[in-house]
Design a binder for this molecule. Structure first.
Ligand code: NAG
Ligand code: NAG
Ligand code: NAG
Ligand code: NAG
Ligand code: NAG
Length: 204
């Protein structure tokens, strides 16, 4: 009985997750443009910077107060610092990074901690949050197991914003929303928040 329902459940999962998976993810979405007006490309390095000046610099990796590893994603408060370069990998395998399309984001530099530099949404399922964006994700392999590793870039006013609302698993219930900056223990960290962080992409 248990086995039968389990198999049925697995089959249903399979049916739901394989057929419509990428129907909303194709090459018809607009390309994301960098600060030079060029298409943002898969596998090339970019800095993610605040679109509005006076809003700090790029993103770096910083250790927590009491621990050296793992490192957290933190915005450099110094506006003149571009931070560390990042790479984008759209789920579509398209060579151009497009809006609305699920993608992995990772730092191209692995610092002192031997850890994944792939962005991961920290959906701990507890309390009302904040839900931070941290590291430790895996690249590719879209589906239920990697649901927390997919983000998307959306147009926002005259620039862009980053969202967490993955489409890689139709049967998963996910918390959707904009990614903004939250001050946590004196550090500017990325988290799901009503106020999106308006960003631009500068080629490294
Ligand atoms: C691409 O996606 C858009 C929006 O979901 C849809 O309107 C369009 O028909 C799709 N195009 C193809 C070729 O699948
Ligand atoms: C961090 O270290 C301080 C002093 O060593 C200690 O008082 C505090 O409880 C620690 N915090 C955590 C989260 O471990
Ligand atoms: C910001 O960084 C620049 C270049 O690294 C440095 O010259 C400047 O002093 C820094 N400003 C602050 C407030 O730390
Ligand atoms: C993207 O590439 C991976 C690895 O080659 C492949 O497994 C996957 O099916 C591709 N995805 C799409 C949407 O083409
Ligand atoms: C780094 O992590 C990988 C995978 O977790 C492991 O295989 C490797 O041995 C580690 N390297 C070092 C220097 O710790």
């Amino acid at each position: 009985m248990y086995t039968t329902s389990r198999i049925l459940f697995s089959w249903l999962l399979f049916a739901f997750t394989t057929i419509p998976l990428f129907s909303a993810q194709n090459n018809s979405f607009d390309p994301v443009l960098d600060t030079a007006g060029k298409e943002v490309l898969r596998g090339a390095e970019y800095y993610i910077l605040p679109a509005i000046r006076g809003n700090g610099g790029g993103f770096i990796l910083a250790s927590g107060r009491n621990q050296t590893c793992p490192l957290n994603i933190v915005q450099d408060p110094n506006e003149t610092n571009d931070g560390l370069p990042l790479l984008f990998s759209p789920v579509t395998n398209d060579s151009v990074v497009r809006v609305t399309t699920d993608l992995n984001i990772k730092f191209s530099i692995d610092q002192e901690c031997n850890q994944s530099t792939v962005w991961r949404f920290e959906a701990n399922g507890q309390e009302p949050g904040p839900y931070f964006v941290t590291l430790g994700g895996v690249e590719g392999n879209p589906g239920r197991e990697t649901i927390t590793n997919w983000f998307a870039i959306e147009k926002f006013e005259d620039a862009y914003k980053i969202q967490y609302c993955p489409n890689v698993c139709d049967t998963c219930r996910v918390i959707c929303g904009d990614i903004g900056v939250v001050v946590d223990d004196g550090r500017r960290r990325l988290a799901l928040i009503d106020q999106p962080f308006k960003v631009i992409f500068k080629k490294a």
